[in-house]
Design a protein around this ligand. Sequence first.
Ligand SMILES: *[C@@H]1O[C@H](CO)[C@@H](O)[C@H](O)[C@H]1NC(C)=O
Ligand SMILES: *[C@@H]1O[C@H](CO)[C@@H](O)[C@H](O)[C@H]1NC(C)=O
Ligand SMILES: *[C@@H]1O[C@H](CO)[C@@H](O)[C@H](O)[C@H]1NC(C)=O
Ligand SMILES: *[C@@H]1O[C@H](CO)[C@@H](O)[C@H](O)[C@H]1NC(C)=O
Length: 483
Amino acid sequence: MGFFSAFLCLILCSFENEFALAARDTKPHPLPHTTHTVEVKSLLPPTTCSPSTKGHNNNKASSVLKVVHKHGPCSKFHKSSKTSTTTCDEKYHAQILKQDQARVNSIHSRLNHNNNKDPLTQSAATTLPAKSGDVIGSGNYIVTVSLGTPAKQLSLIFDTGSDLTWTQCRPCLGSCYTQSEPIFDPSLSTSYKTISCTTAACIQLSSLGVKQSCFDSTCLYTAGYGDMSFSIEVFGSEKLTLTPTDVFDGFLFGCGLDNEGFFNGSAGLLGLGRSNISIVEQTANKYNRFFSYCLPSTSCSPGYLRFGKGGGSSNAVKFTTLSTVSQGDPYYSLNVTEINVGGTKLPISASVFSRGTIIDSGTVITRLPPTAYSALRAAFLQAMMSYPLTEGVFDILDTCYNFSSFKTVSYPSISFVFGDGLTQDLDATGIFYVVSVDQVCLAFTENKDDSQGGIIGNVQQKRLKVVYDVAGGRVGFAPAGCP
Ligand SMILES: *[C@@H]1O[C@H](CO)[C@@H](O)[C@H](O)[C@H]1NC(C)=O
Ligand SMILES: *[C@@H]1O[C@H](CO)[C@@H](O)[C@H](O)[C@H]1NC(C)=O
Ligand SMILES: *[C@@H]1O[C@H](CO)[C@@H](O)[C@H](O)[C@H]1NC(C)=O
Ligand SMILES: *[C@@H]1O[C@H](CO)[C@@H](O)[C@H](O)[C@H]1NC(C)=O
C-alpha cells in the first residue's frame, strides 16, 4: 500500500508541481516567445499601393471608410515622381515630427488648463483665448466622405483628439490653403444651413474651448492652434454622406472661411472626440457611439475606419475601461499601469502613470512620463545589444539602429498593461519609426516631466484593430487588423 500511495503521490505531486509552475509562469519573466524576429525589409515601406482588403462593403449596422496615410502613394495628395525609387514618405519625416510636437504641446496645455480649473478661476477661464488646439495638422490619416446636395467628396484627416468636423469653404475670405479636391461651396448646396446664434448648438461651442461669436445672427467661431495661427469658421449644418446607404441630414460642422496653411492637402478634419458635437455623438442614433479603425503598417497600404458594430472577428477584441474625462474634453483616456518589454514588467511605480494615458489617432510618436521612458529605453537597449546604434537624425528619436547589414532582426515585445488586467502587445511596426534602413528608431519619447500624462500615438496603434465602444465605456484591441 505504501508503495501505491507513494506511486500515486509521484504522479499527483508532480502534476501539482506542474500546475504550480504553470501558475508561476503567468507572472512576467523573460520567456523566449517574448522576442520576435522580422525581416528587415518588412519594416520598410514598399513603393506601391497594395489593394484594399477591407473595401466599402456595407451592412446595415456599420459603414466602412478606407483610411490612407496623407503622404503615401494611396493618397490623392501624393505627387508621384517617376524618378523616385525610395520609400513613400521619406521627405516628410521632419515636417511630421515637428507638427507632432506642436500637437502634443497643445494637448498638454489643454489638459493642464482643465486640471487647474477651480471654481474661482472657472469664469475667467472661459474668456481665455481659444485653445481648441488639438487639431494641429499632424493627423496623417485621411478618410473620404461627402458633404452637401449634390454630394461633394472631401478628404478629411480623421482625429480622435478633436470634436468639431470642419472643411474649407468658399468664398475663402481670408486665405484657403491648397487642397486636392475643389473647395466646398455652400452656395451650391441645397441642404446647407447656417446656425442661429441663439441656438443651444451655437452656445455650446464655447464649452468646447473655441471662441464663439455672431455675425448677422449667424453663428461663427474662431479656433486657435498651438502654433498661434487660427481659422474663422461659419457654424453650419449639412447633409453628410459616409457611404451611399449611410447619410445624415443636419450634420453640424465648421465651414472654414479663413484657414492658415497647416492642413495643406486634406480638405479639413473629421472630429471623432468625446464631446457631443463630434461625429460619434451626432451619429449616435445609428451607430450607438461605436467605431473602430485600423491604421496601416506603412503609408503605402490602406486601413479602415468603421462606424458601428459588425465586421466580424470581434471575439478577438479585448477591452479595457475608458476613463472619465472633464466636461468638454475630447480625449479618450486609458488607465495604463505598467509597460512590459520582452515579457518583463519594467520597474516603474504605477503612480508614474497616475495622470492617465490618452489614446490619440493624431499624435505620431508615443509620449511617456520621463521615468517610464528611461526604464523602457534601458530595457530596449539591453534587448537590442547585438545591433549597432546610430545617431538619431531627429531630436525626439534618441534610440536608433542601423539595420543595413541585417536580413532579419529580433526585437523584444513591448506591451501596455492596463489597470483592469489587459496586456496589449504592439505590432513590430508599432515599435519602430523607420526613417530608412540605417535609421530605425524606437518610436517612443518622453514628456517634459512626470506630471504630464502619456499619449499612445498612431505608430503604436499600427495594424491593431482599435475599437471604441464609447457607450459601453471601453476601448478594445485586436492584433493584425489590416496590412
Ligand atoms: C450638447 O450638450 C449641450 C449641453 O449639455 C447641449 O446644449 C447641446 O444641445 C448638445 N448638442 C448636441 C449636438 O447634442
Ligand atoms: C502647400 O502646398 C502647396 C502646393 O503643393 C505648396 O506650394 C505650398 O508651399 C504648401 N504650403 C505649406 C504651408 O506647406
Ligand atoms: C550602416 O551600416 C552599414 C554597414 O555596416 C555602413 O556601411 C553604413 O555606413 C552605416 N550607415 C550609417 C548611417 O552609419
Ligand atoms: C487604474 O488601475 C489601478 C489598478 O487596477 C487602480 O488602482 C486605479 O484606481 C485605476 N485608475 C483609474 C483612474 O481608473
